[in-house]
Write a protein of this length. Structure first.
Lengths: 236, 236
DNA sequence: GATTAATAATGATTTATATCATGACCATTT
DNA sequence: AAATGGTCATGATATAAATCATTATTAATC
């Protein structure tokens, strides 16, 4: 981790960033935000923060891709989110928890904007619109988590793998060749940890899906041949 | 569902209710809230709202116990929350969703306070403290959901049943005889749906736990003999 | 470019889970 | 008190999932 030239939020391209959207109404506030912003650069596969760390900041992704995960028993981790540009990171630290309940690792080289927790709280107090929209965002996230919870408790292995692929597509999209973006940055183990499986099972199901002409794999690249069939597996 | 005498929030005993805590600063507001509050009575096992219903209100439990659940494929539902006095209900409707993504049923006779969604939004806009605390609450809920997600994707059947029992205890507590409150209001199927199992599996594990002197069952009553052992199963 | 380490693919085996069938128990109704 | 329907308990069986062992492939290092 090393410091880097800071971009001013007004020049930033992440239009869905909460700060960008709700906190730049006047010049005075813009300046304060810029002064209190720390920007760090993380190279690929670097730990950003770890479960159990003291929560001292709220973060936003300026660029790059990050996986957020939780440690479980016997090294069986659970990936909670795959996120990218503009998305908020470590916001569970806004709860009464003093320590991070999650860990975060960069999947690609990433720039992370951070605010001291105390400053961010002050910002929330003085910017009701920010708080309001954050509240709505969390309500929405709760919906998603609860959907995922239901799905994972009902799905079989094949359905879980399909779900994992759709999570990846939803997070990072497909390129022009219909390949899952950054699939080669995530191992079979990562895919497994998105949906509570092991890497072996993922490999097998991917072979099955290849057999069924739903996708093609070439090393870690996953090319989607029939997205509808994939969605049908999880009943979307 | 039928209308009933309304209790004024100031006379209500639910000290952890958001309205009670954050919205009664002045008499004018108290009056407005009272005027916009609808109170409905639901008898045991009555549907309060259903997945797919148009979201028109935000609700709080004045008294009683409610289960919130989601419909899955093949009638395999997932119970999301067990809640009681003072707790907020249907708040996921605050997100951009127009329709409820969950259903809610009364476990016991219950009184539910409701506010029109539009009014509640207005209340949020004029009461930053309410919004702020709701935001913190949601951040906390997200933590819980994510913990549950990790647990359920790692636990085996025995661990899941232990988890289900602890969820019930956490929600409704134990009586003086160390029996799980309202366990007789929830079927084996309900317990199963808390953690993605079927009723058969629950029955079997309960028999095992009885064998291990961790609990005793008498019809639907579940008496906890050794709470620590139960917690150890899920590694708390 | 050869060597090594890491990850992935595949098949065989073991273990765990889900399903099915039956009988017991309890609650309700008449 | 007998009859009915519903939930629960239990064991047997079938199915699915997890683990293990081996080989193949890819990436990293020298």
């Amino acid at each position: 981790m090393r410091f880097n030239n800071k971009i001013n939020c007004t020049d930033c391209e992440n239009s869905n960033c909460f700060i960008k959207k709700h906190c730049l109404d006047n010049i005075k506030q813009s300046v304060t935000i810029h002064e209190n912003k720390f920007v760090n650069r993380y190279s690929k596969n670097q730990l950003i923060f770890m479960e159990g760390n003291f929560v001292d900041s709220i973060n936003f992704i300026q660029s790059g891709r990050v996986k957020v995960f939780k440690k479980g028993a016997f090294g069986k981790d659970q990936i909670i989110r795959l996120i990218s540009d503009g998305e908020i990171l470590g916001h569970r630290g806004l709860s009464d928890a003093e320590k991070f309940s999650i860990s975060a690792t960069s999947i690609t080289d990433s720039m992370i904007c951070s605010f001291d927790k105390a400053f961010f709280f002050k910002l929330l107090k003085t910017t009701p619109e920010l708080t309001f929209n954050l509240m709505l965002y969390f309500a929405n996230e709760l919906n998603h988590e609860e959907n995922k919870l239901r799905d994972l408790s009902i799905f079989n292995v094949r359905e879980k793998v399909a779900k994992a692929l759709l999570i990846m597509i939803n997070a990072y999209g497909l390129n022009k060749k219909n390949e899952i973006n950054h699939a080669h940055e995530l191992s079979r183990q990562d895919i497994a940890e998105l949906v509570g499986l092991n890497s072996n099972q993922v490999t097998k199901i991917l072979a099955d899906l290849k057999e069924d002409n739903i996708l093609e794999t070439d090393n870690k690249t996953i090319k989607i041949i029939n997205l509808n069939s994939l969605k049908e597996i999880v009943n979307i």
